[in-house]
Design a protein around this ligand. Structure first.
Ligand code: ZN
Length: 112
């Protein structure tokens, strides 16, 4: 299924083709503070439609994950990485997804 999404102000927009069966709520220091609900989609099914130049990047820990957020509104709608063939989608930023209807799987990122 094709989904569209993006940041709050509308500068960053993307589309992604994936079936959202379950989402991950991770308790690591970063995901916890941002309230991210993540779904991992194949990178070749992800297309950034606009806002490439409006993205800023934050890295921490092993610095392999590119936490990309909009320079204008600060919202992180997805994350890229160096070593994994999937893109992390923040499901809260998809236009057509009701997060209250999703199965949430807890991930223990805090201990890694
Ligand atoms: Zn924005």
């Amino acid at each position: 299924m094709k989904h569209t999404g993006g940041c709050h102000c509308g500068a960053v927009r993307y589309e992604v083709e994936t079936d959202i069966d379950k989402v991950i709520e991770c308790n690591c220091s970063h995901c916890h503070k941002k309230g991210l609900l993540l779904h991992f989609a194949d990178k070749d099914k992800f297309t950034l439609l606009s806002g490439k130049d409006n993205l800023s990047e934050y890295r921490f820990n092993k610095k392999t994950i590119h936490h990309l957020f909009c320079k204008t509104c600060g919202v992180q709608s997805f994350a890229d990485n160096d070593s994994y063939p999937k893109m992390a989608i923040n499901v809260r930023c998809l236009d057509d997804v009701d997060t209250s209807s999703l199965t949430i799987e807890k991930a223990n990122g805090k201990d890694y």
